[in-house]
Design a protein around this ligand. Structure first.
Ligand code: PLP
Length: 437
């Protein structure tokens, strides 16, 4: 049996599936975060999902705070989204030719995002970030990229770079297979440190194509930008003729309809979008001013393409999701629900006397087992990950499906009811009591 910290919580069918899957799929999963490496044990295999709930093949029901790692903001299998996808499917699943629906969703993205006049659809967040970087390099004629330690932009070679201990260290590849060459043009800074960016831009004058970051970091747990940080990056990049790229794959359409750029009032030069924009199907996008985007093929010389880009099913799922987000007070309700959860977790952790801080922006949040604020990756890494692992399994056994790592943000959806949130807080109280002693 799997080595769980809750041996009484059994997943026999999932265990059997995991053993079988591991024979034919590396680690039994098609994306590493799903393998529960950070918390130990084996993952439940899911059978279906509806609203705020996931159901595994052992007939457990979970309140889901992963939401497919971000996309499911209106909840799983929303009737409107299902209808749109089924209707699209009946007309054919892929044409490799332009469709009218692509205009509609592109117009919606342009209307939503202050910085976007034109947008190109791709199939994953990785592709969106990769393409944004290529465009920034193509437009500026410069090679170097500044990236923040702890920010994730997909598994692109040049961005899969480990944090060095010093702010100015050159990138060292984070994975075998990433060449030193691919890493050499990636410069690293700590998140929330504008001075480090200023120093790097000064030391590499005229060579940095773009400063790239998640405006609100969600891939080291939830880490908000300090007041003034994004403003400073906007000023610094302008001063150096460097483009500012916001990776809003997680935050786009989540922190507000116009993403973090709308919420914080900062206009980047390029934006990467993903997750919500595909409504649970594979779609992502990158966009910018017409001046920048008209450098992209076939208008301009910067090449970028995709067989399934703008796929009709994904566009239908995305469009119907965006429409639901435009319902009056959608984000106010989501904010209130998320605030209730954050406050409840904070109180529960306080009463259990474990080292903790709950960090939240909108419907993204993390309970860090860390004393005091987490401002960057180094802070995040000082969290008690063993305690987190035990908390995770206690919660899972009580029917709450949290991100399976301290370094991932939880997502609240519009399908989570007040009762779901209160159940989650009650489960957290019990779980924290169980692990605190
Ligand atoms: N950028 C950010 C901020 C992300 O959170 C992710 C995925 O989690 C990506 C890019 C990569 O997206 P995908 O997994 O769709 O390739």
């Amino acid at each position: 049996t799997p080595a769980l910290s809750r041996p009484d919580f059994q997943l026999p069918r999932s265990h059997e599936a995991f053993v079988k899957a591991s024979r034919v799929i590396p680690g039994g999963v098609n994306s590493p975060a799903r393998a529960f490496g950070a918390v130990g044990g084996e993952p439940p295999f899911m059978a279906r999902a509806e609203g705020a709930y996931l159901y595994d093949i052992d007939d457990h029901k979970y309140i889901d705070y992963i939401g497919s790692w971000g996309p499911m903001i209106v909840g799983h299998a929303h009737p409107e989204v299902r209808k749109a996808v089924v209707e699209a499917l009946e007309l054919g699943s892929s044409f490799g030719a332009p469709t009218v629906r692509e205009i509609e969703i592109a117009e919606a993205v342009v209307a939503a995002s202050p910085s976007i006049e034109k947008v190109r659809f791709v199939s994953s967040g990785t592709e969106a970030a990769m393409s944004a970087v290529r465009v920034a390099r193509g437009v500026t004629g410069r090679d170097k990229i500044v990236k923040m330690a702890g920010c994730y932009h997909g598994h692109i070679d040049a961005l899969l770079i480990q944090a060095g201990s010093a702010a100015t260290t050159l990138g060292t590849p984070n994975s075998p297979g990433v060449t030193k060459g691919a890493a050499a043009d990636t410069l690293l800074c700590p998140f929330n440190d504008a001075q480090a960016v200023a120093a790097i831009l000064e030391a590499n004058k005229g060579q940095v194509a773009a400063v790239l970051l998640e405006p609100v970091a969600g891939n080291m747990g939830l880490v908000p930008p300090k007041p003034g940080y994004l403003e400073s990056l906007r000023e610094l990049t302008e001063k150096h003729g460097t483009l500012l790229i916001f990776d809003e794959v997680m935050t786009g359409f989540r922190l507000s309809y116009g993403g973090a750029q709308e919420r914080f009032g900062i206009t980047p030069d390029l934006t990467a979008l993903g997750k919500i924009i595909g409504g649970g199907l594979p779609a992502a996008a990158y966009g910018a001013s017409s001046r920048i985007m008209d450098q992209v093929s076939p208008v301009g010389p910067i090449y970028q393409a995709g067989t399934l880009s703008g796929n009709p099913l994904a566009m239908a799922a995305g469009l119907s999701t965006l429409k639901l987000l435009r319902e009056p007070s959608f984000y106010d309700r989501l904010e209130a629900r998320s605030a209730r959860l954050a406050e409840g977790l904070e109180k529960a952790a306080h009463d259990a006397r474990v080292p903790h801080i709950v960090q939240r922006v909108g419907s993204m949040l993390t309970l860090f087992f860390h004393d005091g604020p987490v401002h960057d990756y180094e802070d995040a890494k000082r969290s008690d990950v063993a305690l987190f692992g035990r908390f995770f399994w206690e919660m899972l056994a009580r029917g709450v499906y949290l991100p399976c790592s301290q370094f991932e943000a939880a997502f609240v959806s519009a399908a989570h009811t007040e009762a779901d949130v209160d159940h989650t807080i009650a489960a957290a109280r019990e779980s924290l009591a169980a692990i605190a002693g």
